[in-house]
Structure formats: C-alpha cells, structure tokens
Design a protein around this ligand. Structure first.
Ligand code: SF4
Length: 347
C-alpha cells in the first residue's frame, strides 16, 4: 500500500485510540493557547514528568501572557533553571511582548501568524494552531517521525530535513479537518507511550498494528533510520566553590552566547590538579586552603560537552571580581545552569 494510503488509513484508529487512552496532563485540562504554547516549549528537550512541576510553578508566577511579557529576565531565568536551552525562555518573553503589542494580548490563531513569533518554529506553530484552534496543520516532532517511519516502513533518514519536509507535506494533505488537534496529539502520544524510541515498541497495544509495515516485516528494531550524528566540541572545566564565612562566590556570565546572563561558580577552562589551585586563586587575588574535591560532572549541550571537575576552597577574604552571596540566596534568587547544579549541591 502506498505511503499516503497508509497514512489516511491510520487516522480513524489513532484518533479513537487517543480519545480513549490519552494521559491526563496539566496542559490538557483546557485549550488555552498560552498553556499549550508554554508546555510545548518546555517539552522540547525535557521529559513530561520533569516538565510538570516547572509548568505549574511558571504559571503560578506568570499566569497570563501579559505577566510573561513584563517579567524581569532574572526571574524568568530562575523559573527556567534546570530546563536548559535558556534562549527558549528569552524567546517566550520576546514573543509575549509581540503578542501584547501586535495582537492586543491575544495569542494569534493561525499557523502563519504564530510562526512569525520569536522561538516558534514549524512544530510549535502547528501544535498550537491545531490543538488550541483545530487548524488542520501538522506538528512533526521526533515522535511523529518515528511512528510514521515505522507505519510506512520508510528507510529514509529522519534526521535529514528534506525527509522531514516530505513527511510533513504528506501529513498536511491528509489532516482530518474535524479532529486536527486530536490527530496531532494522537501521533505524539503514540510515539511517547507505545511506539517508543528506546527498546521494543509495544505493538500489541498499538491501534495501528494491523496496517503497520514495520510490524508486518519485522523492522521495528531498524526503523526509524537516523544517520546524521552530531559532532560536539569537548571542553574541560574546573569549577570552584569558593567559601568565605557562609558566603559563596558566583559571577554573571556574558550577555551573549551559551548560558548568557546566567550565574555560575568561578571556573577555568581546563582540568587542573590540586597543586595548581593556589595559582588560580592568585589570579583572582585570593588566598585560601584547599578543602575537598567535590566531584566530577559531564554535561552535554547541543554542540558542546563539558567535562567538569570541582573543588571546594575556604578563602581568607573576598574579592571584587565575584559576587559573594549566602547559600540560601543562591538557591532562591540566582539562576544557575544545570551544568553547575551538581556542584551547587555541595555547598
Ligand atoms: S505497530 Fe508497533 S511499530 Fe507499528 S506503529 Fe504501532 S507500535 Fe509502532
């Protein structure tokens, strides 16, 4: 059967399955476009279970688009702390400001308007317009690509943008008008809980098992094909917890680039041995006593990996280069990126 015919055939069973089996999630309680937008942005790169608490706290503090448009950047980053990819949070605010100015505070309804907003790409525009307003446009993420690849038995590389475009176009042509939102959510949901990425898919529970090519031809372990590998630059870092009378040194990162405007513990771009600590302290106009090694951490960003080691040092005085703050304040007020959190836990 042709790909397009298979995709048409899947619509009814997958929508019915979704309507019966969908999980109760906080952002599914009502079709509020702000809530859907926020959840979709948070869910990029983060698991549902982890997102729930962030989502609820965020909305408690910023319940409307207006609140988001007006929030201070530091408060916003603190709310986002731990989710990573902090430009997502900055873009949320920028987009909220555009919505305030251009759309009178109301989230625009159409895909073509949504995609013009900062931080909203094809997937998110499709998700918001279809889920909140039932506009028949696809929302194609990794889950959807996996389900479709397996369903039609495609051996094409789903990391290739041309292939993603192809699938998106085909889906666009078969979107069910009455249930566009449910259809998109059904594909994502199936990819998350049945046609799963790691381990064997749960075909016996799948509403598409009768028509799925991968299942029929025993290809579920090989599909989807993912060829492109991301090459990440490796960097070493030594992180210092410098302590002076219950105060710890932090500093603000540059206002552009990776983790812009976040706070970090002082660090140097190489792994140093214990005997070199003194020299580093001198460079910062400090003296002190080595206290303990506080562990190692490997942190992966989209294009860089940090191989980190940490030391705790009691210093004899403070300097002007760093901000010296109480431990409680660091936890409450300052947004610290996830890469530094394992060291923060050793305060
Ligand atoms: S039958 Fe199996 S492989 Fe096919 S879509 Fe369903 S879970 Fe995925």
């Amino acid at each position: 059967m042709e790909e397009i015919e298979l995709m048409k055939k899947m619509r009814k069973p997958i929508i019915e399955w979704y309507q019966k089996n969908k999980r109760e999630l906080p952002w599914r309680k009502e079709k509020n476009p702000y809530y859907i937008w926020l959840s979709e942005i948070m869910l990029q790169q983060t698991r549902i279970e982890a997102v729930k608490q962030y989502y609820e706290r965020f909305l408690r503090q910023l319940p409307t688009i207006k609140d988001l448009a007006e929030v201070e950047e530091e408060e916003l980053l603190k709310l986002w702390e731990g989710l990573g990819y902090y430009n997502r949070a900055r873009n949320l605010k920028k987009a909220a400001q555009v919505i305030q100015e251009k759309y009178n505070g109301q989230m625009p309804k159409h895909y073509n308007e949504l995609i013009e907003l900062p931080g909203i790409g094809e997937y998110t525009a499709g998700a918001i317009s279809s889920i909140a307003y039932n506009e028949p446009v696809p929302a194609v993420d990794g889950n959807v690509l996996r389900v479709i690849s397996r369903l039609v038995g495609s051996k094409k590389d789903i990391l290739d943008s041309k292939i993603k475009k192809e699938f998106t176009q085909t889906l666009k042509g078969i979107m069910p008008k009455k249930y566009a939102g449910d259809f998109n959510e059904a594909l994502m949901e199936l990819g998350e809980i049945v046609c799963i990425p790691n381990g064997e898919p749960l075909c016996k529970k799948c509403p598409l098992q009768e028509i799925c090519v991968a299942k029929k031809e025993n290809l579920t372990a090989e599909l989807p094909v993912r060829k492109q590998k991301i090459k990440r630059r490796k960097e070493e870092k030594t992180v210092f917890l410098l302590e002076f009378e219950n105060k710890i040194a932090i500093r603000k990162r540059e206002n552009t680039g990776l983790l812009a405007n976040m706070y970090e513990f002082p660090n140097v771009n190489k792994k140093i041995a214990r005997k070199e600590i003194e020299t580093i302290l001198q460079n910062w106009c400090l003296t002190g006593n080595y206290n303990e090694k506080i562990g190692t951490h490997h942190h992966i960003f989209s294009h860089i990996e940090w191989d980190m080691i940490g030391y705790k040092v009691q210093v004899d005085s403070i300097n002007k280069e760093f901000i010296w703050v109480n431990k409680e304040e660091i936890l409450k007020k300052y947004p610290i990126p996830g890469a530094f959190v394992p060291f923060r836990e050793k305060m």
